[in-house]
Design a protein around this ligand. Structure first.
Ligand code: AMP
Ligand code: MG
Length: 696
């Protein structure tokens, strides 16, 4: 079976004509790559869909049309109504009886008739949107009786899905089914032999009608709906986009369902795959984002960092993720508490609660009110003044209680408690909102979410959070001399040590590493690899080939592409960095030496990537500690030494050679020596930055 070429998604409506101004609760038709279309009533929608089907048939395309209402009723209804368990029997039955015009229709009367015939006038349908009473159609569920299941099997799996029996009220879908099925039936007849209805018929025809439910992609819809957007329009567009972006094999998996009577919701159980991954893409970087001031020969480290900071901005889109999966992600918006913490005043200890007004100094004795208040199980009544109530930690304070005396300070007997006053009003209690008030900004945008942040978000009412898409960072090693780790290597070769190091650094920084492998010193191969990397990642890190020599193809290619800058930074260890844009994707051309590659990544690439990821510029936290070494350094270059702390002093690695990988591994951080000349003796203060401060 061929997959589908076009995806049209429809948000249906069961109500009357909603007028010419686009609004919610009317019909919206979404198609991938096009603006959602507004249909003020069903007659117009039927015509538009008919035209759309016609267009696809003429073009020889396979068209999927999704409708957001059930195609079938809960098991047993079709048989009771029509004598056949075939859902199309219901479609036909309704088509003969439903009268529809833009200003009026008879759906409530038809439902009342069904109720009188099948449920003694007490169900299965309920809710009446009209002012006129309808015989057999209950307005409320008081005396409601439903001879059929409340929900279809698929709906029981959807949190928040409405039953098709409810005809009116916010969110109800009952009217949409009654008013929608006749339209589908007419389209099906008009295009007989060309339309298959899923999952009742094999999808062997060019057009398929499928049932959808936008609730499946709620997080994406919520993230994408701006204050002036109409949600119905956003969700049909997103669903169409999500389905058309789907791998055909996955779509087929979603379609292979057996539900011959009730029908099924397309994508149920596949929500994450259906969700369009990214919304709201920020603008690309400017071509001159890596430009250095003219005439400067060696740029000081701080000036280089300043330039990076000013030239870059976040490049990741937004998405909404479940709270449980949000650790380490970058918060995309300020999060205001939806609920106070604690939500109500409660007791901080196990003890006895009362009103402080009735308490003085000296010995106190209060009669106990029967019952108790425990966490999650509040006391139902009011505690009269001069009485006390047993309270357990976390219990909401009932009316009449503002103060609690601790178990250990109380004697209990004869239905009374005795203790010594005075007690400060409010003692041993927590006030509502004393931690966070409702509406307070609990977490700021740009924050990299910690486990504690998740506790705070949960406590203040969040089940999912708006986050930035994870920054994807591609890594490419370059050099004819490189062999894959663990493979055979001739004497002329060395193992590619940078790639495992850089990929794992990226993962530690909280970004998504994309391994692009190693490429020889060959311009065409490198060009193709950069092309592929820019399609897959937000940032590219290369190592090797970044200087200006014959085999330095990274810098040569970036030069060719135009937006390249050779950054000669007054830094040791570090050769020139090649910074540039490859098809709008920033490239950090790192030196090949592992030591220089690591230092340049920590000092330059990491804060820049943090900014690109939406988490803002990051400064590593350093500590001033006494040196355990001697060194004298010349002015002009900032230096980073491989170092670690032992006995409270910073030791440095015995050799400064930039090929010494063992020193990188030996070290637990870097000592930073200033740009100016310095003479360091044991005991002198130096700045030590642990690897952990860089996120390693
Ligand atoms: P380049 O920057 O390409 O001139 O390389 C500088 C030095 O780093 C050379 O000795 C390279 O062999 C070495 N080198 C380059 N890439 C890597 C790598 N991926 N792993 C280990 N050493 C490398
Ligand atoms: Mg090289």
């Amino acid at each position: 079976m061929t997959p589908f070429d076009r995806f049209v998604m429809v948000d249906w409506s069961g109500g009357n004509d909603t007028g010419p101004t686009p609004r919610k609760d009317a019909i919206w038709i979404g198609e991938a790559g096009a603006e959602p279309r507004y249909m003020r009533n069903r007659a117009l929608a039927e015509e538009a869909l008919s035209d759309r089907i016609e267009r696809s048939l003429t073009a020889g395309e396979r068209l999927m049309i999704g409708f957001d209402f059930p195609f079938g009723y809960p098991a047993g209804f079709a048989g009771a109504l029509t004598g056949r368990s075939d859902p199309f029997a219901v479609w036909g039955w309704l088509t003969e009886r439903i009268e529809d015009s833009p200003k009026a229709n008879n759906r409530f009367d038809v439902a009342g008739g069904i109720n009188r015939a099948l449920g003694n006038g007490r169900g299965p349908f309920w809710a009446n949107g009209l002012s006129r009473d309808i015989d057999g159609l209950p307005r409320r569920k008081d005396s409601y009786l439903n001879p059929f299941p409340e929900k279809r099997c698929s709906e029981t799996l959807c949190k928040g899905a409405f039953t098709c029996w409810q005809l009116a009220g916010a969110g109800a879908v009952g009217s949409q089914v009654l008013m929608g099925l006749p339209v589908l039936e007419r389209l099906r007849r008009r295009f007989a032999g060309h339309v298959a209805v899923w999952p009742f018929e094999p999808l062997e025809r060019p057009v398929a009608f499928v049932e959808i439910w936008p609730g499946l992609i709620n997080p994406a819809v919520r993230a994408a709906t701006g204050p002036n957007d109409i949600r119905d329009a956003v969700q049909v567009a997103l669903l169409a986009e999500g389905l058309s972006a789907l791998d055909p094999a996955r779509l087929l998996a979603m379609l292979s369902i057996d539900a011959p009577e009730e029908g099924w919701i397309l994508g149920l159980g596949f929500e994450q795959e259906l969700m369009p991954p990214v919304t709201l893409q920020p603008p690309p970087l400017r071509n001159d984002c890596f430009a250095l001031p003219a005439g400067v020969d060696w740029t000081p480290v701080d000036a280089a960092l300043d330039l990076l900071r000013k030239g870059l901005h976040p490049v990741t889109g937004r998405e909404t993720v479940p709270l449980m999966q949000a650790a380490g992600r970058v918060l995309a918006e300020d999060v205001a508490a939806r609920r106070a913490n604690p939500p109500t005043a409660n007791t901080a200890v196990d003890g006895y609660g009362f009103a402080s007004a009735a308490i003085g100094a000296g010995p106190q004795s209060l009669p106990l009110v029967p019952g108790r208040a425990a966490a999650g199980v509040p006391f139902g009544g009011t505690v009269p003044p001069g009485h006390a109530l047993r309270v357990l930690t976390g219990a909401a304070l009932p009316p009449g209680v503002d103060t609690v005396v601790l178990d250990e300070d109380v004697r209990v007997g004869d239905g009374r408690i005795a203790f010594h006053g005075p007690l400060k009003p409010g003692a041993n209690t927590r006030k509502a909102g004393e931690d966070v008030a409702k509406g307070d900004i609990a977490l700021k945008q740009g924050r990299v979410l910690t486990p504690a942040d998740l506790a705070l978000a949960a406590a203040t009412g969040y089940g999912d959070l708006p986050v930035r898409e994870r920054l994807r960072v591609a890594v490419i090693s370059t050099g004819d001399e490189l062999a894959d780790p663990g493979s055979f290597a001739s004497d002329a070769q060395i193992f590619d040590a940078n790639r495992p190091m850089l990929l794992s650094m990226i993962a530690r920084f909280g970004f998504e590493p994309v391994d692009m492998g190693r490429v020889p010193d060959n311009r065409d191969t490198l060009r193709a690899t950069l092309d592929a990397a820019s399609g897959r990642a937000h940032v590219i890190l290369t190592s090797g080939g970044a200087s200006a020599g014959d085999e330095d193809h990274v810098s040569a290619l970036l030069h060719e592409a135009g937006a390249m800058q050779e950054w000669r930074i007054a830094l040791k260890p570090g050769r020139p960095l090649a910074l540039g844009l490859w098809q709008d994707t920033p490239v950090f051309g790192l030196p090949g030496n592992p030591v220089a590659a690591l230092v340049c990544t920590l000092i330059f690439a990491r804060p820049a990537m943090s900014l690109l990821a939406g988490a803002g510029w990051t400064e590593p936290q350093g500590f001033t500690v006494p040196a355990a070494f001697s060194k004298s350094k010349k002015p002009g270059r900032r230096e980073y030494l491989r170092a670690r702390i032992r006995d409270g002093r910073a030791e440095v690695f015995k050799s400064e050679g930039s090929g010494r990988i063992s020193g990188l591994s030996w070290a637990e951080g870097l000592v930073e020596l200033p740009d100016a000349a310095a003479k360091i003796s044991p005991g002198d203060p130096v700045r030590y930055i642990p690897y952990a401060s860089f996120g390693l």
